[in-house]
Design a protein around this ligand. Structure first.
Ligand SMILES: Cc1cc2nc3c(=O)[nH]c(=O)nc-3n(C[C@H](O)[C@H](O)[C@H](O)COP(=O)(O)O)c2cc1C
Length: 215
């Protein structure tokens, strides 16, 4: 079976979170349309995602092994094992749903910690002296980034304000996942939209994206 990896980025329980509410509906509709997919879910704000430490690395995106690994204490060895596990899970997926709130024009820091964990040499990146290449164009992969925000941001200003969205698109394309989509859940903090209005619009917008990801 193919795998959908769902990555919510939020400490809130689902019923209190706009991004989690919308993304759960997205995942359910995606799976209904794509019955050959099974769901993998990693709640990165509530599950173990190690903070990176220089001791875990030999070089860029390369985890220690053998002698260097043996020098680590038990907790550090567990962190290295977990980083490998997170990276393997990420690589095994065919479709990705990442859902986060906008925080300070970006996303919560936990997501960058997770990305630093999963981007590993010879799994996700090929690192040569003269060039670095993404390896995740090895099969058909597709991704959507779902972002909730208090404000509403015109697409034209995206590069200046919507830094989380721009970054996620750039890094996914860089590692080889070129089929990338965005679902904005905007205006949760605005009187004339609010959580209900923002969610309603997102529920209307999502089928078009699911269709594209299912092609
Ligand atoms: C720490 C923090 C920072 C935020 N920064 C922004 C921001 O820069 N721009 C914005 O429009 N909304 C910002 N918001 C509002 C959230 O993006 C908004 O409430 C969103 O709908 C929350 O989604 P959630 O319910 O999934 O957490 C911020 C909220 C918090 C708690």
């Amino acid at each position: 079976m193919k795998k959908l990896l769902y990555i919510p980025v939020n400490t809130k329980p689902e019923h209190l979170s706009t991004s989690k509410t919308v993304s759960r509906e997205f995942v359910n509709r995606f799976l209904a349309k794509n019955p050959t997919f099974e769901l993998m879910e990693i709640d990165i704000c509530n599950e173990y995602v190690p903070e990176l430490n220089y001791k875990y690395y030999n070089g860029r995106a390369e985890l220690v092994s053998s002698d260097e690994y043996a020098k680590l204490n038990t907790e550090e060895q567990q962190a290295v094992a977990r980083i490998k596990e997170l990276s393997n899970q990420f690589v095994s997926a065919d479709a990705y749903v990442i859902a986060a709130p906008m925080w300070s024009s970006f996303f919560p820091a936990r997501l960058i910690t997770y990305i630093d964990c999963v981007i590993q040499k010879d799994k996700v990146l090929k690192i040569n002296e003269d060039k670095v290449e993404g390896l995740l164009d090895d099969k058909k992969r597709t991704a959507v980034y779902i972002q909730s925000s208090g404000g509403v941001f015109p697409k034209l200003l995206s590069g200046q304000i919507n830094h989380g969205t721009t970054y996620i698109e750039d890094i996914f394309k860089f590692i080889g996942i070129k089929d990338f989509h965005k679902l904005m859940v905007e205006g949760t903090g605005k009187d004339n939209i609010g959580v209900e209005g923002a969610e309603k619009k997102a529920f209307e917008d999502m089928d078009k994206i699911i269709d594209k990801m299912s092609e």
